[in-house]
Design a binder for this molecule. Sequence first.
Ligand SMILES: Cc1cc2nc3c(=O)[nH]c(=O)nc-3n(C[C@H](O)[C@H](O)[C@H](O)COP(=O)(O)OP(=O)(O)OC[C@H]3O[C@@H](n4cnc5c(N)ncnc54)[C@H](O)[C@@H]3O)c2cc1C
Ligand SMILES: *[C@@H]1O[C@H](CO)[C@@H](O)[C@H](O)[C@H]1NC(C)=O
Ligand SMILES: *[C@@H]1O[C@H](CO)[C@@H](O)[C@H](O)[C@H]1NC(C)=O
Length: 506
Amino acid sequence: MHLHTLGSATLLLAISSFAFAAAPTPSPQLATCLKPLGSKVITSKSSAYAQQRYAFDLRYTFQPEVIVMAQSETDVQTAVKCAKQANIPVAPRSGGHSFEGYSIGGQDGALVLDLTGLNGVKVKGSKAKVGAGVRLGKLYLELFNQGGWTINAGTCPSVGIGGHALGGGFGLLSRKYGLLIDRIVEMEMVNADGELLTISATQNPDLFYALRGAGGGSYGVVTSFTILPVKPAPKVTSFSYEWNLSDYAKVLKAYVNFQPTASRDVGVEMNVASSGLELYGIFQGPKGTQSAAMASFLKAAPKPRSSDVRESRQIDAQLRFAFVEGGNNDKDINALALQPPYHPGDSRYTKGKSLVYPSVLKSSTIALLGKWAAKTPKGSTANYIIVDLWGGAVSDTSASDTSFIHRDAHTVFEFVAEWDESSSPKPGKPDCKDCLKWMNDMYSEFLADYRANYSTSVRGYQNYIDLAMPNWMDAYYGQAVPRLKQIKASVDPANVFRFPQSIPLK
Ligand SMILES: Cc1cc2nc3c(=O)[nH]c(=O)nc-3n(C[C@H](O)[C@H](O)[C@H](O)COP(=O)(O)OP(=O)(O)OC[C@H]3O[C@@H](n4cnc5c(N)ncnc54)[C@H](O)[C@@H]3O)c2cc1C
Ligand SMILES: *[C@@H]1O[C@H](CO)[C@@H](O)[C@H](O)[C@H]1NC(C)=O
Ligand SMILES: *[C@@H]1O[C@H](CO)[C@@H](O)[C@H](O)[C@H]1NC(C)=O
């Protein structure tokens, strides 16, 4: 934890044990430095603190020393300079969905830089400039409203573009257009000295490399992204097929064998749970051609117990899958643009882990999926494994062009346990022990299978960041690590941007 001032060792110890109960408050110097930001500064003395100190995952109760609700790049610059001077870490927060609570610091005593106020989306010609606090739902809606555009990114509308884009960004258009980072042409970033930099292939190219894959929280605060939006097909087909879990072996075999030859117009994810398997996705084309695109899979798989195939606009298909987990069947696309305040209404208790598979899944891995999905830990409200079909355009970019190394990914697993689901859950409740046990026991079997049958260097997806990931730096960044450290040492030698899994100086 951060210690504000120098003092005797005993006094400091006394302060740290008290800090467990009492939230940290900014030192007088820091408070003075932040004064120009006025009411945008939230401390533990402000009434807004209780709401703003939490993010999406309510397991995390780290106590920020101060929260700055930035409204402009200048606010970000001021806040970063003050944090550096006070020697406290800066935690940028876009959508707040970090799996380890890193956008509230990942530890007590950070300066949380909330970017919700940087929420503009402006399409100009073939480019869109997007504020770093924009959430994906609003992004989709704005791109649609400003000329019928969309972008290849994730399905959950409350995820922020900030963390999502800087760790890759995978979604149902990724097999056609790649990851979200592949359509970023420029960024603006406030560095540790409070300078606003333009970052592109020609300006600060080292940062352009580092931010596209390893950018979440380690190098600076990105304030805007300039992206190349895409035009979806005029009519798309959204679909969902369900099977009983007892059919898992045949369904999953058909699914993973489908990947190498699947059309890039097909974006799909498979949810594996005790209630059954659900394949859902969006095909870029009318219903008449969707069945042909899915034919090789559907022929090889058993007959689904149910199916729901609909032709619509892309934006309607996005709405259809946006709230799958929340069960919101709103027909109004404006629902995509969730309104603040997001916390803690848009929150839950959850633990996630991931694995990136470099080749077609083997039968032993499929058997593990069937085995672990069948279990329902006591206290869990949902526990499942999502198997995302990667490939296609994701692998068009070379693994050395950006710091995102998983270009050869065949499938990516997201293991999820959730508990205490309610419309307005209270933060800081005890963990669901059985849910975590399910997760850990399951994961260790998948790890053993991975090491025996795929590779001894296990890989995970950094957007599903996990403090317990074995050898995490290599698992997330592999061959990019030496260059990432070099860039870190040159742009942030004071390590202002630090959290438990930030890129280290050496
Ligand atoms: C419900 C849910 C659904 C998801 N669906 C998908 C999906 O479909 N596809 C997918 O690829 N991923 C998905 N994810 C993972 C998601 O991409 C990551 O959790 C991502 O990091 C969240 O971004 P955020 O801005 O919401 O989170 P935050 O917690 O705000 O940020 C995550 C990390 O990035 C840093 N960061 C945030 N903004 C900036 C910035 N502007 N500059 C520098 N650093 C910054 C934070 O400090 C933190 O370390 C999902 C996650 C959840 C919880
Ligand atoms: C799926 O499971 C249900 C409930 O056990 C059963 O009634 C049904 O016949 C099963 N369907 C298929 C296609 O196996
Ligand atoms: C994977 O590894 C395990 C453990 O060594 C082994 O039992 C299993 O048969 C392997 N699976 C395949 C498909 O080779």
